[in-house]
Design a protein around this ligand. Structure first.
Ligand SMILES: [Zn+2]
Length: 207
């Protein structure tokens, strides 16, 4: 966790209501997420406090907290999101945890609602992939929207309505969303495209 400056820059588009100030129990999934977080930082996909990881629960999901550093996740960096309510265009997130849920909570929520086959969502800033977006032929949202906004979530769902089976897409000028049935499946997909993008970059240098 980093304090101060970083956190002040994050704009939250929702209010959080804590049902309980207790973080989720450390289980297999949390241990796996901690391990993948380290791997993503090693690959430079999670600079400072960017990026967020989540996995589905029976109701809602568990997500990394706002300001959490993926490279050094601790048990208390995870927050359970029970549900999201929309009232007069304002969003209320019901949570259990010691940290505020990721600023991209609305995006994760909307994807879990729309794609019932998805159990895991990773959001990362893979700059190598963004640079090679065209060559890699990765689907992308059409319009750039502010990070954390409901508009960004809507723009993503618009893409998922068109591209029904994709598990990897680009948030225009921002980052990537990777989905999976399992944590390791989503993690491997992150690495697959990252490696492909880096290979393309290397080839360019050689030519
Ligand atoms: Zn982001």
């Amino acid at each position: 966790m980093v304090g101060g400056n970083m956190e002040q820059k994050i704009k939250l588009f929702f209010k959080t209501l804590f049902i309980k100030k207790e973080s989720p129990k450390k289980n297999r999934q949390i241990i796996d997420m901690i391990r993948w977080g380290r791997e993503f930082q090693r690959l430079n996909l999670a600079e400072q406090t960017t990026g967020n990881l989540s996995f589905r629960k029976k109701e809602g999901f568990v997500i990394t907290g706002t300001g959490a550093e993926l490279g050094g996740l601790l048990k208390d960096d995870f927050v359970e999101v029970l549900k999201v309510e929309k009232k007069n265009n304002k969003f209320l997130v019901y949570a259990k945890g010691k940290m505020f849920p990721s600023s991209e909570t609305l995006l994760h929520w909307e994807i879990y609602q729309f794609r019932k086959d998805v159990n895991v969502i990773f959001h990362l800033h893979d700059l190598s992939v963004l640079e090679k977006e065209k060559e890699l032929k990765i689907p992308s949202t059409q319009k750039e929207k502010p990070g954390g906004s409901y508009e960004l979530a809507q723009e993503s769902i618009r893409l998922l309505q068109k591209e029904k089976k994709i598990n990897y897409f680009i948030l225009k000028n921002h980052g990537v969303i990777v989905m999976g049935k399992s944590i390791s499946g989503a993690g491997k997909l992150v690495k697959f495209f990252n490696q492909k993008a880096k290979t393309l970059t290397k080839q360019q240098v050689v030519n």
